[in-house]
Ligand binder design. Structure first.
Ligand code: ADP
Ligand code: MG
Length: 318
C-alpha cells in the first residue's frame, strides 16, 4: 500500500466548483457528490503516474459556519476565523479522503489519501493587516455593523448599496508550517490533501510561538506556495472555466491555449483577469514560475485528462 512510485509531483488547487456546483447544490450530500466527480478526475491523474497534493478553497463553507454562529450567538460562543479554517480543512479533507478511498477501491488501486491540517505563516507586518479588504459573513444594517465594530473591533464596509459587511485582511502566505510532513507523505506515495483555504493564517510572536489570526489567505496563493515549497513539477488550478480568456465575456473574447510568464504579466497589466476570481490565479502562477516553477495549467475538473494531453486548458510556462 502507498509505495512511492517516483512519479512527478503535481499540486492541484481545486476551485469552489469542485464542492459547490451552483446555489441549489450546497448541502453536505451535494458537496460530497461534487467531490466524487472531481476526485475521479484526480484519480485519473494518479493512474497516469502523478503524485498529487490537493488543495482547495473554503470560502462558502466558512460563510456557512459564520452564519450558523450568527444565528446561535445567544446560546453558543463565536468561532474564530483560524478555527473556521481548521474546521473546513478537516471536513473537506474528510469528503475528499472518502471520495478517493471509494474511487481507489473501485479501480483496485493500492493508494491511500491523508489530510494534513495546515498552518500558513503570514508576516504580522504584511500591509494587508492595515487594509482589511476581504468581505466575509452576512450583510448587516449600519447599526449592527457599528456595534460589531465597537465591541469586537471588526472592520466593516458598505458594499455597493447591498448593506454592510465585515472585511478581514488577506495577507500573503510565506511559509507552510507543516511542509516537511506533507513532503514526507507525498514522497512516501500518499495522496495528500493539505493547505485548504490557503492555509490557516498564523503569525509568529516575539518568542517564536504561532498565534492564529483573524484573516483569510487566498487559496490560489496558498496553492502556489505549496507548489514551490515541495518543488512540484506542475501547478494545476481547476476552476469553472476550461481555459483562460483575453477580453473575457466580451464580443472579442479569445481563449488562450498557452502563455509565457512575460505574456501573463502583460495581460495582467492590461486588466484581462477579473479581480477576486482569475486575477489571483494568474498572480499566483506568476509567483510560482518566478520562483523557478516549471509549468502551470488552468482548466476545469472535467478536462484535466485532455488538458494534460495538451488538447485543452491554458498552459502557463516560463
Ligand atoms: P474558484 O472557486 O475556482 O477560485 P473563481 O470564481 O474565483 O473560482 O474564479 C474562476 C472564474 O474566473 C471563472 O469562472 C470565470 O468566470 C472568471 N474569470 C474572470 N476573468 C477570466 C478570464 N480572463 N478568463 C477566464 N475566466 C475568467
Ligand atoms: Mg476564487
Amino acid at each position: 500500500m502507498s509505495h512511492a512510485n517516483g512519479g512527478k509531483i503535481a499540486v492541484v488547487a481545486v476551485g469552489g466548483n469542485s464542492l459547490i456546483r451552483d446555489k441549489t447544490h450546497q448541502t453536505v450530500p451535494d458537496q460530497y457528490a461534487a467531490s466524487v466527480e472531481s476526485m475521479a478526475r484526480i484519480t485519473d491523474m494518479i493512474e497516469a503516474g502523478w503524485d498529487v497534493v490537493i488543495t482547495h478553497g473554503n470560502g462558502p463553507q466558512v460563510g456557512f459556519i459564520l452564519r450558523r454562529t450568527e444565528l446561535a450567538i445567544h446560546e453558543l460562543h463565536p468561532v474564530p476565523l483560524d478555527y473556521c479554517g481548521a474546521d473546513t480543512q478537516g471536513a473537506i479533507g474528510y469528503m475528499f479522503q472518502r471520495a478517493l478511498y471509494n474511487e481507489f477501491h473501485k479501480r483496485g488501486l493500492a493508494k491511500q489519501a491523508a489530510t494534513v491540517i495546515t498552518q500558513a505563516l503570514v508576516d504580522r507586518n504584511d500591509p494587508a493587516f492595515k487594509n482589511p479588504s476581504k468581505p466575509i459573513g452576512s450583510f448587516m444594517d449600519q447599526a449592527t455593523a457599528s456595534q460589531h465594530s465597537q465591541s469586537e473591533g471588526w472592520a466593516v464596509v458598505e458594499d455597493a448599496g447591498r448593506g454592510w459587511r465585515r472585511v478581514v485582511p488577506s495577507p500573503l502566505p510565506i511559509r507552510i508550517v507543516e511542509r516537511d510532513a506533507i513532503e514526507s507523505l507525498i514522497r512516501a506515495g500518499y495522496v495528500v490533501i493539505s493547505n485548504g483555504g490557503g492555509g490557516i493564517p498564523v503569525i509568529e510572536d516575539d518568542q517564536g510561538n504561532l498565534v492564529g489570526v483573524e484573516a483569510v489567505i487566498d487559496k490560489d496563493f496558498g496553492g502556489a506556495l505549496m507548489a514551490t515549497s515541495i518543488n512540484a513539477e506542475l501547478f494545476l488550478i481547476t476552476t469553472a472555466v476550461e481555459k483562460v480568456a483575453l477580453n473575457y465575456n466580451r464580443p472579442d473574447q479569445r481563449w488562450l491555449d498557452r502563455m509565457t510568464l512575460g505574456e501573463a504579466r502583460q495581460y495582467l497589466d492590461e486588466g484581462h483577469f477579473a479581480k477576486g476570481s482569475m486575477e489571483p490565479k494568474i498572480r499566483a502562477i506568476i509567483g510560482y514560475l518566478e520562483r523557478g516553477g516549471q509549468q502551470a495549467l488552468i482548466t476545469d475538473p472535467e478536462n484535466i485528462g485532455r488538458a494534460l494531453a495538451g488538447e485543452t486548458g491554458t498552459w502557463i510556462v516560463p
